[in-house]
Design a protein around this ligand. Structure first.
Ligand code: GLY
Ligand code: MN
Length: 463
């Protein structure tokens, strides 16, 4: 936890931004796998964590801007709780740690909401993503479950995003910790991989580091020889010579800041020349895009720049053809690069996307481009100093997509399907780093992680 002053200041800024009304932030509950006491690992709601700092279930917080009052709601442990799960600080002691003086029993949330409503105060809440919190809001506000999100406060959503998007120095420190643990995980995977072992052997090794050094994985690990499947959570293949491993995984720091790093490396000690050719295009896209980053540039422009670099590279290999600008405008590159260049990262790996992807990544000035591939760009708007984002271009050969486009003769002017057919067994390559936008450019977080062909092969030699 940061010091109480951090949370006091964060709430003060939120109050100033919103100006009036009552903010209700609901923390997460334990989530059972089946029976109540058999739970998934607890993960606090990130906005609750950001403003109220307490990393425990069954809490809520109210910030009454009109009456300049703050309350934390929760329940003291019973003796049965202490017997089964151990003693804990009192609610008052917990509240004091984050600069809040007043505490109330959890069931009082409803009364506070009703009293604020009676006084015609505006009550701001965020859209819930967990059903139990959705149901609480239904009860508090006497609304139906399917209408809860439309009752969420757009002013609060925008204020929270504006604040959480700009990372403070102490948050950057946490994010560097998360990236450095993630770095160790990636180097370990690169060292251990060899033909004959299974993907899950590597998943076990990297998860071990994430748990020992931080608070576990920041998101389910992607570690696969089938890198062409973007979010592949299958880990049962045995690695074979000639294949590549795509590893997209990161640790959460003990304070839950996320690292999100991707590296792709050969199962053998060296890349094949065909793998190297594609790898170097992805690397060029990643490095050139990172070099361009600065405040004021839209991330949509940077995404399209990556698409152009990928198109140029694939043209040089005879996989694409025609005018690069026209190919990118038509969306032909998306056969190989069907996702966005990156996203915000912070307490959540896709930071704040529970609040609405368009609120996080777009605004009046920059609208989402509704075209296959580019549609999945989660962050398009102008970059600002203090943003932390991922840069993660990739090139994939997705047999099903290739077959479909070829059957439709789609983008024939830009795609050499005969040549592309010879790559259908290639899988995919993605390279990803986490970048802080600074006043005049950017800074890649953490210690460098092997990335060039030479650096990756050097690590593979010592494995
Ligand atoms: N790390 C997975 C993703 O960014 O979608
Ligand atoms: Mn990512």
């Amino acid at each position: 936890m940061f010091t109480a002053d951090t949370y006091v200041q964060r709430r003060k800024i939120l109050k100033e931004k919103l100006g009036s009304g009552v903010v209700l932030l609901i923390g997460n509950e334990e989530s059972p796998m089946n029976y109540k006491a058999n739970q998934y690992p607890f993960r606090q709601d990130s906005s609750f964590l950001y403003y109220f700092g307490l990393d425990l279930p069954h809490l809520a917080g109210v910030i009454d801007i009109d009456d300049d009052d703050e309350i934390i709601f929760g329940d003291e442990l019973t003796m049965d709780d202490i017997v089964w799960t151990g003693p804990m600080p009192t609610l008052q002691e917990q509240a004091t740690q984050v600069g809040v003086q007043k505490v109330m029993a959890f069931q009082k949330v409803r009364k506070i909401v009703q009293s604020a409503q009676a006084q015609r105060k505006t009550i701001h809440f965020l859209p819930p993503y967990r059903t139990e919190n959705q149901l609480k809001l239904c009860r508090y506000f006497q609304i139906m479950p399917d209408t809860v999100t439309q009752h969420a406060s757009v002013n609060l959503i925008k204020a929270v995003i504006a604040q959480r998007a700009i990372k403070s120095a102490e948050e950057i420190t946490q994010m560097e910790i998360a990236v450095n643990i993630s770095r160790e995980m990636h180097i370990t995977a690169m060292r251990l991989a060899k033909a004959g072992i299974k993907e899950q052997d590597l998943v076990g090794a990297i998860t071990d580091i994430a748990i020992r050094k931080g608070s576990g994985l920041a998101y389910p690990a992607i570690l696969t020889i089938d890198g062409q499947t973007l979010h592949n959570h299958h880990h049962h293949h045995t690695l074979e010579s000639g294949q590549m491993v795509l590893g997209d995984f990161g640790a959460a720091s003990s304070m839950h800041y996320a690292g999100d790093i991707t590296r792709t490396f050969p199962v053998d000690k060296t890349f094949t020349s065909r793998q190297k050719e594609i790898y170097n295009i992805v690397l060029q896209a990643e490095e050139e895009c990172i070099a361009e980053l600065r405040p004021g540039l839209t991330y949509q422009q940077v995404h399209l720049r990556a698409a152009a670099i990928i198109t140029d590279g694939l043209k040089a290999l005879g996989l694409m053809k025609g005018n690069t600008e026209e190919a990118v405008a038509a969306g032909a590159h998306a056969l190989f690069f069907p996702h966005g260049l990156g996203h915000m990262i912070g307490l959540d790996v896709h930071d704040m996307e529970d609040l609405g992807e368009d609120y996080v990544g777009y605004n009046e000035e920059t609208k989402r481009i509704d075209q296959f591939g580019t549609r999945y760009l989660r962050l398009g708007r102008k970059l600002e100093e203090g943003f932390v984002i991922t840069v993660e271009p990739g090139i994939y050969f997705i047999p099903e997509l290739i077959d479909q486009w070829q059957a439709e003769q789609k983008h024939n002017a830009f795609l050499n399907y005969d040549k592309i057919a010879t790559y259908k067994d290639f899988s995919g390559i993605r390279i990803e780093d986490n970048i802080l936008i600074t006043s005049d450019g950017s800074k890649t977080l953490g210690e460098p992680i092997p990335k060039t062909v030479e650096e990756v092969e050097a690590i593979r030699q010592v494995g």
